[in-house]
Design a protein around this ligand. Structure first.
Ligand SMILES: *Cc1c(COP(=O)(O)O)cnc(C)c1O
Length: 370
């Protein structure tokens, strides 16, 4: 029996009639850029997040990049980022011409360590960019306290955490803005590229909207030199269908995570924990072991798909060789990159399939003991 790491086709099959109806509605409308489908989804997602505004954009990287630009961040500015994240978080900063200042994570939550922020701040720091990595919220109150003391912005990378809660409240408007990705494999995924920014700041929302639509409020009148990064109405229509199912899917993810954690507790693997102030939506279930390579191979031989998020931290990527960071600069991020392994966890993973994954992990751990 094959158990994939992630499987998206069955989610489509389960919602096929609703999704097909939404897509055909857009095709039949003859309206293919922006319009009501996009604003309907923006309103629904803003309300879901408890934010006053949502601006759809082309993808998650653009959501981050346009939000930073709308905050006025550019060359000469520094932005604090996690040392362990998907490279998009860093790319958004460097594509604005600003400088990344990496800060190490807490090992227990994999999110940026608030106690390390103050020493990373300089006179050039303009923003902190925490990532709600693997679906677990970063410690927002402690991050916001540092930001407020220094009069700097907070942009959250929510690409992996749709629906997650911090101290009981859904992510969406804790910091100045949250950037979202709807890449197909995310907790709320489109069927192509899509992204959005949520915020309570009307001015910021307006600037992001302008930047993503050629700097134009009025057709052929360009207020600023903008970009083309708009949420596609077909994707918006699909996302509006899927948003209604997000809580149910996240609930199943939480159940799967609970079962994994209970099964593996105290058996030699480091299992992810959930801070008492957090409700994670378990975008990924990431275990840690120094025998990561052997565990991955064992599971592959048993037909079980796993992935590594992420094998190379941004500071050691060839893309950032020019920044001059050498191995050993961010030891926590580097250790995590050597030890993490993501097990199958997605809304259509059956408990019976998960039981097979659990049994195979135990087979591996028991073989070690022999
Ligand atoms: C997926 C992801 C992004 C980028 O989103 P795209 O839609 O692929 O551009 C940014 N940050 C994090 C943490 C992500 O996981």
């Amino acid at each position: 029996m094959q158990i994939p790491f992630l499987e998206l086709k069955s989610a489509y099959r389960a919602l096929k009639s609703e999704i097909d109806e939404a897509v055909h509605r857009v095709l039949d409308s003859g309206w293919y850029i922006l319009g009501e489908e996009v604003s309907d989804f923006e309103n629904a997602f803003a309300e879901y997040c408890g934010a006053s505004h949502c601006v759809g954009v082309g993808n998650g990287l653009d959501a981050l990049r346009l939000a930073l630009m709308a905050m006025g961040i550019g060359p000469g500015d520094e932005v604090i980022v996690p040392s362990n994240t998907y490279i998009a978080t860093w790319l958004a900063v460097t594509q604005c011409g600003a400088t990344v200042v990496p800060v190490e994570p807490c090992e227990s939550t994999h999110t940026i360590d608030p106690s390390r922020l103050r020493s990373a701040i300089t006179s050039r720091t303009r923003a902190i960019l925490p990532v709600h990595l693997y679906g677990h919220p970063a410690d927002m109150d402690r991050i916001l306290a540092v930001a407020n003391d220094h009069g700097i912005k907070v942009l959250e990378d929510g690409a992996q955490a749709h629906g997650a809660r911090y101290k009981g409240e859904r992510l969406g408007a804790h910091g100045d803005a949250v950037a979202w990705s709807f890449f197909p494999g995310k907790n709320l995924g489109a069927m192509g590229d899509a992204g959005a920014v949520t915020t309570n700041d009307a001015g910021l929302a307006e600037r992001i909207r302008l930047l993503g639509n050629y700097g134009s409020r009025e057709k052929y009148v360009n207020a600023i030199a903008g970009f083309n990064s708009r949420l596609d109405p077909i994707q918006a229509a699909i996302l509006k269908v899927k948003l209604k199912h997000l809580d149910k899917w996240n609930e199943h993810r939480r159940e799967l995570a609970k079962r994994y954690r209970e099964a593996f507790f105290d058996h030699g693997l480091i299992v992810p924990s959930e801070a008492e102030w957090a409700e994670s939506v378990w975008h990924l279930f990431v275990v840690r072991t120094s025998l990561r390579g052997r565990l991955q191979e064992h599971l592959a031989d048993a037909g079980i798909g796993t992935l590594i998020h992420y094998p190379i931290p941004p500071h050691l990527q060839a893309a950032y060789a020019g920044l001059g960071f050498s191995g050993g600069t961010f030891p926590i991020a580097e250790k995590l990159a050597r030890e993490v392994l993501s097990l199958p966890l997605f809304p259509n993973l059956a408990l019976s399939q998960q039981d097979i994954v659990i049994a195979e992990v135990f087979r591996f751990l028991n073989d070690l003991g022999d």
